[in-house]
Design a protein around this ligand. Structure first.
Ligand code: ZN
Length: 243
């Protein structure tokens, strides 16, 4: 009798453990995953935020380091698909034109890929991507195009209806341009709260934050932290960031 109880208990423990393992593998990303946040890949500095301009030479050295270190490069929409693997996800915010002219050829050279979070209202403005470039990038298989909303607002300050408008209109506009599904979001300014994340979940499978410590708690795929790479980072500092 006691043996039966023990076996039942053992079966229960295994079942619960297995279910938990399945749940976590499907709904979060492993500790060996690095999600990197870039903006511009350029030495033509303008404006005040020079830390956002990573030199093309530095960017190439960083991508080469990741490739040599055996990372599997994935798009943001595929972040949860490789549990237990060493995964690198290279992302760019706002939709600057050098993501097309400079970053994409470097990524292609190393068999890597990247995800551009495009602010729809930036499209076709000087210094930013055109719709045609977005389409080409998506078609190349090197870059995926995802949402950084329509107008780059502080989402937590909007009404739910306005949030839904930012999500659905940007998703629709970018899908119309690329002909591919848009299932990931980068919160502008990293601004979100649990209400924003809940609404975002109606439109996206993955949403990424701005600079957060890599080991910070990943509550869900809708609050995925990223490492911000800055112009001042030496290769040694970059290697320490991703380790
Ligand atoms: Zn932004």
């Amino acid at each position: 009798m006691r043996k039966k109880v023990l076996i039942t208990l053992l079966v229960l423990v295994l079942a619960v453990g297995g279910a938990a393992a399945w749940w976590f593998s499907g709904s979060s990303i492993s500790d060996d995953t690095v999600v990197l946040m870039y903006h511009l890949i350029s030495d033509d500095l303008y404006g005040e935020s020079h830390y956002l301009f990573v030199s093309p030479a530095d960017f190439e050295a960083q991508v080469a380091h990741l490739a040599e270190s055996g990372y599997r490069f994935v798009f943001a929409c595929d972040l949860a698909k490789f549990p237990g693997e060493k995964v690198a996800c290279i992302t760019f915010d706002d939709g600057y034109v050098d993501n097309y002219t400079t970053a994409m050829p470097i990524l292609a050279k190393y068999g890597a890929c990247g995800t551009v979070f495009v602010t729809v209202n930036n499209l076709d403005k000087p210094g930013f991507l055109t719709g045609e470039q977005c389409r080409e990038m998506a078609e190349s298989g090197v870059m995926s195009i995802e949402s950084h909303t329509v107008s780059h607002p502080y989402l937590s300050q909007l009404t739910e209806e306005q949030q839904r408008q930012e999500f659905s209109a940007s998703q629709q506009a970018l899908q119309d341009i690329t002909g591919q599904p848009v299932t990931a979001l980068a919160y502008p300014y990293g601004d979100y709260d649990r209400y924003v994340a809940k609404v975002a979940a109606d439109y996206f499978d993955v949403a990424v934050l701005t600079a957060q410590p890599r080991r910070s708690v990943r509550e869900s795929m809708l609050t995925t932290p990223r490492i911000r790479v800055e112009r001042e980072h030496s290769l040694e500092e970059f290697i320490a960031l991703v380790q």
